[in-house]
Design a protein around this ligand. Structure first.
Ligand SMILES: Nc1ncnc2c1ncn2[C@@H]1O[C@H](COP(=O)(O)OP(=O)(O)OP(=O)(O)O)[C@@H](O)[C@H]1O
Ligand SMILES: O=P(O)(O)OC[C@H]1O[C@H](OP(=O)(O)OP(=O)(O)O)[C@H](O)[C@@H]1O
Ligand SMILES: O=C(O)c1cccnc1
Length: 481
């Protein structure tokens, strides 16, 4: 299967490219930004993911003869000279983005593209596709992590994922947000994620008895065995048979690793199993649970005193079952206008006030309180505003209710949008996945727990600079005439 993603775009992008080419405006530059309007799952933050995939995509864009031949026959209106120009196509623009693993919030730009109209249109669809999915799954995983605390989290979703890419990139997103391992071996191979696995019911069913199945498995993996104990009767047969195997291994100086529960009342069964294992001298044997788990069930099981050490989470995580998409958008913020200097800010006004965009080329700063070291707010300003960079007093106000405000001056401002690609060239060293995961953990520590809790979190402040707010008001007035 061809892996060239250049035509991984919506037709209207290609049509707009064609129209810009026809109208002679293809080299006019534009600034687009990606942001989302609403946090998913009622969470207090999202976890930004998808940048590495976006970078590789941008660097590998190329219309080969295969793509050009398809375009030729797909749309007869496309002129041959346009197709010839596409043959030379490379991404030559600039990209600024927030680091993967960052905590991000509604309304603030996550990624900024500065490129010709021609280039900027082509890439919208794919960038949103990568970032919306990966950010969504990373955020869901962060919620599961919030529920599981320090317990081990295993990502088991591949079989129920929306096809291969979702399984693969979902496994990576989950790892960023603190999962410890995946069951997907290809994700392990490609990304270096630790891989773990137990065994399925089929292993037990493939033997004449559960006892024989367990014994054969333990013989094969004497230093490593986790036994699935719910094929027939968890407490009457599964756990007692697993205990026999564990004791036999112990007699050889080996330690059985774990048992896995995959059905029934996981709180009750895990408590009983723990007691039985402990009484048999196997207090080191861990208990893994799986079966349609999510952050709510994990919280509930913990509150019931479940004795579960590791959680295998599949379907609910990989499909983000309670909210299967993130509504990230890619909006024009400024453009070159012949005869005018620099970029001219543009706005989109909609019948739906929520869809109003914030104009101009912007930066977003995380304001860290110098005394507490904690994040106070995100502050969106025009890229050339210097007050915030110098740490001058800033006014923080709610962009929808500007009469609600406070001033802040004891802060460190950290610009979140960092240069990633300049003139088509990668200018940053992409962090390793381990670094991204560690960075995510560090970032979380910069937020008060009130913003991190998964139920009814406090709303973290995202403010516009006064200058930006005034610009927006002016453009609303000008465009409403
Ligand atoms: N003590 C518990 N409190 C709350 N939810 C639980 C508890 N134990 C299990 N669950 C969850 O309840 C859901 C359904 O469990 P149920 O016991 O009906 O399934 P099951 O016995 O495994 O049946 P099946 O074999 O069809 O999967 C699962 O999502 C499971 O994780
Ligand atoms: O429940 P999830 O969170 O998706 O976790 C993965 C599930 O996949 C396996 O089950 P299998 O595919 O054999 O189906 P099952 O649901 O009948 O156990 C495993 O035993 C888990 O139950
Ligand atoms: O290793 C496991 O136990 C596993 C892997 C994938 C799906 N369910 C379980």
């Amino acid at each position: 299967m061809d892996t060239n993603l250049t035509l991984h775009t919506d037709k209207y992008q290609m049509n707009m490219m064609y129209a810009h080419w026809k109208q002679g405006t293809l080299y006019h530059k534009a600034v687009f930004e990606i942001f989302f309007r609403k946090l998913p799952f009622g969470n207090g933050f999202a976890v930004f993911a998808g940048l590495e995939r976006a970078v590789h995509y941008l660097q590998n864009l190329q219309f080969t003869q295969v793509e050009l031949n398809y375009l030729r026959q797909q749309e007869e209106q496309y002129d041959e000279a346009f197709l010839q120009l596409l043959e030379q196509f490379r991404f030559t623009g600039n990209v600024h983005a927030v680091a993967e693993g960052s905590l991000v919030f509604a309304g603030a730009p996550l990624l900024r593209v500065e490129a010709t109209m021609f280039e900027a249109h082509l890439i919208e669809t794919a960038l949103l596709n990568f970032i919306n999915f990966q950010t969504l799954i990373a955020t869901k995983a962060a919620r599961v992590k919030q529920a599981a605390g320090e317990d081990q989290l295993l990502e088991f979703g591949t079989r129920r994922a929306q096809e291969t890419d979702a399984a693969l990139w979902g496994a990576r997103a989950a790892y960023i947000s603190g999962f410890h391992a995946t069951s997907n071996m290809r994700a392990g191979m490609l990304f270096g994620i630790p891989v773990q696995g137990t065994h399925a019911h089929a292993w037990v069913q493939a033997h004449d008895s559960e006892a024989e199945a367990f014994a054969r498995y333990a013989e094969t993996f004497p230093n490593y065995v986790t036994l699935l104990v719910d094929t027939y009767d968890t407490l009457q047969s599964g756990v007692p048979e697993a205990i026999k195997v564990g004791q036999a291994l112990a007699a050889q100086g080996k330690r059985m690793r774990a048992i896995r529960l995959d059905s029934g009342d996981l709180a009750y069964l895990s408590k009983r199993a723990r007691q039985m294992l402990d009484e048999a001298g196997l207090d080191y044997v861990k208990i893994v649970a799986s079966n349609d788990l999510d952050e709510h069930i994990i919280t509930e099981l913990k509150s019931q005193g479940a004795q579960i050490d590791s959680w295998g989470v599949g379907t609910q995580l990989i499909t983000a079952a309670d909210q299967p998409s993130l509504g990230g958008v890619y909006k024009l913020a400024a453009r070159e206008v012949p005869g005018r200097e620099g970029y001219v800010p543009v706005i989109k006004i909609s019948g739906n006030p929520e869809k109003l965009t914030t104009p101009g080329v912007k930066q977003v700063y995380r304001l860290i309180n110098k005394t507490t070291g904690k994040a106070e707010a995100d502050y969106i300003a025009l890229d050339d505003e210097s007050d915030v960079q110098q740490g001058s007093k800033v006014k923080l106000f709610d962009p929808i209710h500007p009469y609600i405000y406070k001033y802040l001056d004891n802060y460190e401002a950290s610009p979140l949008l960092q240069p990633v690609i300049v003139a088509g060239e990668l200018v940053m060293e992409l962090p390793t996945l381990q670094q991204i995961r560690a960075f995510h953990e560090e970032q979380k520590a910069m937020f008060w727990p009130e913003y991190l809790r998964k139920l009814n979190p406090e709303k973290y402040r995202v403010s516009l600079s006064v200058k930006l707010w005034e610009l927006r008001q002016r453009l609303i007035t000008e465009n409403s005439k």
